[in-house]
Structures are given as structure tokens and as C-alpha cells.
Design a protein around this ligand. Structure first.
Ligand code: ATP
Ligand code: MG
Length: 564
């Protein structure tokens, strides 16, 4: 296999990475916004109203929405009116600048209108992933101090309202004929009665725009705070990483409850004024491929899980769908294997471009660009204006090909501005000046390409030697009786940390001391005595998150005997 692939598109928006990286200045990008001249700042103005006033863009679709039951198209011009209406609804309910409005909806047009309306009144919105259950909702609504919740009657049943005295209003989408209780209003009724005119709230660049709670795979979820200034980073990454041009139709498959869905599914394409597609409902490969074909998607931003499913079903898809409209593909959120990159090159005639970033960074930090050679397996190179390095425990930069913590020099426009109500947790990212410490482990090669190696706390120190929990898990899973495995480090008097493994056995095997010993022996013989778990506990299932990642904090809670 080749180690380096030539640029997928030499005509890309970012043609010369090296040169641009050297001459880049954030100030040049800031000048593109109308606030640079007028001093009037609001991301919703730049992302919607500005295009609505531009005859070249006003009739493009900021939202092409479809699911199994609905198909809707909203132009930038219409979105200006709809978001003004929703801003008026919020104003009528007494929402002011800085109030928190939580949005707990399935993907639907109202979700997008709500986000835009919140920005227009200067409220801080917080998108909630639709599958969250009562406990997760309680944590987030309480922490965020929600004043208004936008939801559906069905999903409202999961919200323990009585526990939130500050939650004054619930806006119900699709309330139909149900009898509204005190505090509840109907989206449809309120929107019908609201004016199309709204005096947008002008903000400061540093004023909050939204709070996104992280998935909580490594600890309690954090309320990551982002501000209007983020728009500088959204615009330029959309142009250079997503390579968006005027005639594109983008589909970012992530939902708005995750940062990718909010940034690259909403604001980034809107700032560019391109057509933006959203598909609601659950993942369904055939349906997704039909959507690509029917909507002539040109730029597709998805995740490794989706690409892998596609690769497995390649023959069926090739026979039923024409995916030739796609000219640029990107990935985020999990390890993109070289195999998948090469497969895409054969199947789509273009490779997949991996991107690395996180909720805290607010925008893509490290990426493969269509105008730059790709090294499959690498997450690429830092975006212009971003200084990335591999650092040790003291914040010293490490030489090439050395594993360490992936760090970014702090101060880029979309960097989080806080962890909501938790200054200590915020400061913990910035203990090694001048760096933001990501908590992801990586190394850099001699050509400046970065390679991600998992998360820092996936590494545990046993007898003074670093052990990767994922390595142990993978080894355990090879044992014929093991269906799934999750590993954590347990404090241990002799060894500092000892390996504790939770194991879900395959059907037909029952937990017993014999099986435990057999697994230990298997690890000792076929792998290494270093990887043998000191303790093995059997569980019916190993908790895994959205990307199939083990939810390590649940395992830690189990290990400590706390509710997981
Ligand atoms: P929490 O911080 O609460 O544990 P989370 O880290 O899963 O949640 P996100 O901010 O959505 O929440 O995810 C960011 C993480 O996703 C990164 O730190 C990294 O580990 C992983 N990630 C992002 N991009 C990539 C990529 N291209 N390849 C592999 N992993 C990636
Ligand atoms: Mg994280």
C-alpha cells in the first residue's frame, strides 16, 4: 500500500497548505464579517440575515430537511423570517440575553429555527441529544439552569420538571390537540401569532452563544461554553477543510446534540451561505444513500462507523444508488482506518479526509485537506493559525515519533470560554503554559503529520509500566468465551494500579472461577503477563457509547461500587 496519497483535489479552496500556514492571520478572516465595518455583532445576522439580503444567496436552502414522513426546504430568506418569529416567541416569554434555552428535540426543522432564534435574542442555547434519558437530562438541565425548554410532548415525559423551579416555560413542538399544562405553550400557536420583524440583539464577540455538554465518556459531562467569536473559525474551516463553494450541498450527519452537528451541521455552512442538508430519523444505510443521490450531496461529513457499514455493504449500495455527486468526504469522532481510506478511494474515487477536534476546541484543529497529500492513518496537519504539539507532563514539546499529550497553543477564536459553572475544571485544561491540553495521546511524524493514539486516561500505570486499556480489552476479546470486555485501573497497594476487567461472556458460557482462571492463563500465554487482569468480574453487558466506545466512567463507577 502507498504511504502517501496525492492531493484529492489540486483545485481545492486551500491550494497551498504550507504557504498559507506561514502567512495566515486571523485578522484577515475577521475582516470578512459585516461587523468588522458596522460594529454590530451577532452570528445569526452573519449566518442568515446577511444572506437573506443578498439576491445571490437568499434563495439557497439553509435547510433541506427530510425524514420518512417530512420533506421541507427553507431558504435563507425564509429562515430569517422564521428565526425572527421564534425570537419574538422567546421575547414574549421573557427570555433575555444570557438566559439558557435548552433544545431537546429529534432532528427536525424546528430544531434549527430554535437555535437561530435563540442567537437572535442573545440567549444561550443548549442542544440536547435526543436519546438522553431522565438522569442525563436532570444533570444537564440542573447544571445549565434552564429557563426555557423546547421539546415534544412525547420527549417531555422524560423530563422531571418539578425539580427545576427556574424552568419557567416549556415550548411543545407538535402539541396538536393536547391540553397544555401551566407553563407549557404550543410552538405552532406561538409561531403563528408572532411577528416576522425582530430587532436582533447586538452582542459582544465574547458573549456566550451555546453550551454543549460532552458525551461524558471520560468523566461527568462538561458544559462547554462557546461564544459568538467562534464564527471566525467556523467560516474559514468550512471553506478550507470542508472545501465549501457556492454551489455545494453539504450533509453533516451528526446531530446538533453533538458539537459536529451544531458547528458543521448549522453555523459553518450557513456562514458560507451554501445549501445544507439534514436527514432525521435513525441510521439506515439504504435510506442515507438514497438521500445522497436524491439531494445531489457534494460534500459529506460523517463518521468512521458509517463508512465501515458502507464498506461492508458496498455491493448492495453500488447496485442501487448513484453516489457520484459526492466530491469531498470527511470523517470525525473515531479512528479512521487506512483500510477505509483506501476503500473510499476505490469506491468513491476519492479518499476520506480525517479531521480531529473536540467539543472544547469548537472547530476543526487538525485535518487532511483536499489540496494536500494524505497519509492514511494520520489525522493530518494543524489548521492555519493553529499551533499543535506533542507535550510531556511539564508542557515541554516532544521530538517527532514520541507519544505524548496532543496540545494546542491557546487563544484560537473558537476555543471554549469556560466549563459552565466549573472554573476549576476549565483551568485544568490550561495547566501547562502556553498549551491547551487535549487529553488525547498522539505523535507527530517528521513531516508534521499527527497520529492519534487514543485518550490519555486509557493508559494506566501498572508496576510503573504504561498499559493501554484498549490493548488489554482487544486481547481479552480474542478469548473464545469473551463477548465483550472493558478494563479499568484499580488502586492497588503493591502495584500502584492493577488491571480490573469487566467481561460479558458469549451466550453458552457461564461465569465461574474456572473461566476466570482460563482467561488469565490465555492472557499470560498468548499476550503478556503484564496484561493479565488482577481482578475479573462478569457482567451481562459492557456499557458502550454512541461510537461504540466503552463508557469508562461507568466501569470506574462499577469498580468503586458506585451506581454506573
Ligand atoms: P467527554 O470529554 O465527556 O469524555 P468526548 O470526548 O467523547 O466526551 P467529544 O468532544 O464529542 O466528547 O469528542 C472528542 C473526542 O473524540 C476527542 O478527544 C477524540 O478522542 C475523539 N476524536 C475526535 N476526532 C477524532 C479522530 N479524527 N480520530 C479519532 N478520534 C477522534
Ligand atoms: Mg472529551
Amino acid at each position: 500500500m502507498e504511504n502517501v496519497l496525492p492531493p484529492a483535489n489540486p483545485q481545492a479552496n486551500l491550494r497551498n497548505y504550507q504557504e498559507t500556514y506561514q502567512t495566515f492571520d486571523w485578522e484577515d478572516i475577521a475582516q470578512e464579517f459585516s461587523w468588522h465595518q458596522t460594529g454590530k455583532i451577532n452570528i445569526a445576522y452573519e449566518a442568515i440575515d446577511r444572506h437573506a439580503e443578498d439576491p445571490m444567496r437568499s434563495n439557497r436552502f439553509c435547510l433541506i430537511y427530510e425524514d420518512e414522513h417530512r420533506k421541507e426546504r427553507i431558504t435563507y430568506h425564509q429562515m430569517r423570517d422564521l428565526s425572527n418569529k421564534f425570537a419574538n416567541v422567546l421575547k414574549k416569554l421573557g427570555v433575555k440575553k444570557g438566559d439558557r434555552v435548552f433544545i431537546f428535540l429529534p432532528r427536525c426543522s424546528e430544531y434549527y429555527i430554535a437555535m437561530a432564534g435563540c442567537a437572535k435574542v442573545g440567549a444561550i442555547f443548549s442542544p440536547l441529544f435526543e436519546a438522553l434519558m431522565e438522569m442525563a437530562l436532570r444533570e444537564r438541565l440542573k447544571d445549565g439552569g434552564a429557563k426555557v425548554l423546547v421539546t415534544t410532548p412525547r420527549m417531555a415525559a422524560r423530563v422531571p420538571f418539578s425539580e427545576f423551579p427556574d424552568l419557567n416555560h416549556i415550548i411543545l413542538v407538535g402539541s396538536g390537540n393536547i391540553v397544555l399544562r401551566p407553563g407549557e405553550v404550543s410552538w405552532e400557536e406561538e409561531m403563528a401569532g408572532a411577528s416576522y420583524d425582530f430587532d436582533i440583539e447586538w452582542m459582544d464577540l465574547e458573549d456566550p452563544l451555546y453550551i454543549i455538554y460532552t458525551s461524558g465518556s471520560t468523566g461527568d459531562p462538561k458544559g462547554v461554553l462557546h461564544v459568538h467569536r467562534d464564527m471566525i473559525g467556523y467560516l474559514i474551516t468550512a471553506r478550507w477543510v470542508l472545501d465549501l463553494r457556492d454551489d455545494d450541498c453539504l450533509w453533516t450527519t451528526s446531530e446538533p446534540g453533538w458539537i459536529t452537528g451544531t458547528v458543521y451541521g448549522v453555523f459553518a455552512p450557513w456562514l458560507c451561505g451554501v445549501n445544507n442538508f439534514v436527514r432525521g430519523g435513525r441510521f439506515d444505510l439504504e435510506g442515507w444513500c438514497r438521500s445522497i443521490e436524491a439531494n445531489r450531496i457534494t460534500v459529506w461529513y460523517s463518521s468512521p462507523t458509517v463508512f465501515t457499514r458502507m464498506m461492508e455493504r458496498e455491493k448492495d449500495i453500488a447496485q442501487t444508488c448513484d453516489l457520484s455527486s459526492v466530491r469531498h468526504i470527511l470523517s470525525v469522532g473515531g479512528t479512521l482506518s487506512s483500510e477505509v481510506v483506501f476503500w473510499a478511494r476505490r469506491f468513491f474515487k476519492i479518499p476520506i479526509h480525517d479531521t480531529w477536534w473536540m467539543t472544547e476546541t469548537g472547530m476543526i484543529m487538525i485535518a487532511n485537506y483536499p489540496g494536500m497529500p494524505i497519509k492514511p492513518g494520520s489525522i493530518g496537519k494543524p489548521f492555519p493559525g493553529i499551533v499543535a504539539a506533542i507535550v510531556d507532563e511539564q508542557g515541554n514539546t516532544l521530538p517527532p515519533l514520541t507519544l505524548g499529550n496532543l496540545a494546542i497553543r491557546k487563544g484560537w477564536p473558537a476555543m471554549m470560554r469556560g466549563i459552565w459553572r466549573d472554573e476549576t475544571r476549565y483551568q485544568a485544561y490550561f495547566t501547562r503554559e502556553p498549551w491547551y491540553i487535549s487529553g488525547d495521546l498522539a505523535y507527530e511524524d517528521e513531516d508534521g503529520y499527527f497520529y492519534l493514539q487514543g485518550r490519555e486516561d486509557y493508559q494506566i500505570k501498572v508496576d510503573g509500566v504504561m498499559v493501554s486499556t484498549t490493548e488489554v480489552e482487544e486481547a481479552l476479546r480474542r478469548h473464545p468465551a469473551v463477548g465483550d470486555a472493558g478494563v479499568v485501573g484499580n488502586p492497588d497497594a503493591q502495584r500502584g494500579t492493577a488491571i480490573k476487567a469487566f467481561i460479558a461472556l458469549k451466550p453458552g458460557f457461564s461465569p465461574s472461577a474456572e473461566v476466570q482462571e482460563e482467561i488469565r492463563e490465555f492472557m499470560r500465554r498468548y499476550f503478556s503477563p503484564r496484561l493479565v487482569p488482577k481482578e475479573i468480574e462478569f457482567r451481562p453487558e459492557i456499557p458502550r457509547g454512541r461510537d461504540g466506545m466503552v463508557i469508562r466512567r461507568s466501569l470506574k463507577a462499577w469498580a468503586l461500587g458506585l451506581p454506573g
